[in-house]
Write a protein that binds this ligand. Sequence first.
Ligand SMILES: [Zn+2]
Length: 406
Amino acid sequence: MASGDEGLLTLSIGMRVSPEPAGIELLRRYNVALNYAINKILSLNLKTIRDVHNALYRELREWFGLPSRIALDCYRDALANARAWRRNPYRGRRPKVKKLSMLLHQGSGYRVEDGYVEIIGGIRLSIIGWDRRYDGYENGEARLVYREGRMILWISKRIPRPKQYKPRDVIAIDINERKIVYGDDEINKDIDTAIDRAYKWKVLAESLQRKYSSPRYPAWRRRKAILNRIRSYHRKARNILEDWARKTPLKIVRLAVKLQHAVAREDLTGLINSLRKIRNKDHRTKLIIMGYSRLVKWIDWHAMKLGAPLAIVDPRGTSSECPQCGSKLEENGYRRLRCPRCGFEADRDVIGKLNIRKKALKILSIKPSFGGVLAPLTAPQMTDVNQNRWGEPMNRPQRGGGTLAL
Ligand SMILES: [Zn+2]
């Protein structure tokens, strides 16, 4: 996943390669050098790339034996880490990079050959598999990552961005802690979030941690095995959440593309930031932060990649205002809300979706076809307008006719 600019998208294609010991060794050496460089930058309070170069280049070359090109990337990487840490108002101890990952430039850093990748220093890694759909596009810079016994070369490629279609309506996505509700004014679908599923593993990890940190338990005997198990639970939680955050938006965006609808979501930046500010966050809050931020990133990405127009709407009022007339809604039983002015009534989750759709229709200047809950909205003058004013046949019955396979 990556970002796009006008006309082009940057994709990262994962190429799985054999984790040769020489490759792992290089990544480890790079990691030690990187952490050394971060420390030195912070200790000497170096600010510019020039100062960093003067202080570190020779050491990285001679002490850590990094090839010239890698040494340059290493201190750049270190400076970026140091800067991020300095900027963070809640910074704790100095940053230490644990991830084994290294930037490689096409040509000077790596070359894809027939059946293997040659990386700097003459290290050959055989190719195990990759996504061949993008073979026709040129390789850009890449990142070699080693994690959990797997080595992957993430190669960036620039591909033409698909043309956006002209949307007929909007699939709005309402996100809350338990559920994602999406659809237009007729379609109403929901998917559970993975927060609870992930949280279960966090709880397991914690209880294990507590149990074995009791002074009465002779934990020393099996410490390593237990630590590994705790770690694997945390990893499991993260994987569940990441998997969900990638797949769910794809399903929703595919529906939008099929119907030629735009995609709309709330701007969750404010919410995520306020959650981030909580000190001593519990595991659940951390999962929510991670889940939400990944989810919105993937919504945007899939929409861009599949050519679906996207609207990001202001979240103010989406769960408390009447989607028909804008009045403040009142509680009316369990999770039901009712408008005291126009009598509109619906489930709390549905209201979020309808309001997001309403805002998105406005942003994208879409005039939806007739029918549906929101019809009176766009058409106080509807009675004296020809039904076919958009010059196209009514497309709703077709859509509602049960042909909607997901
Ligand atoms: Zn109302």
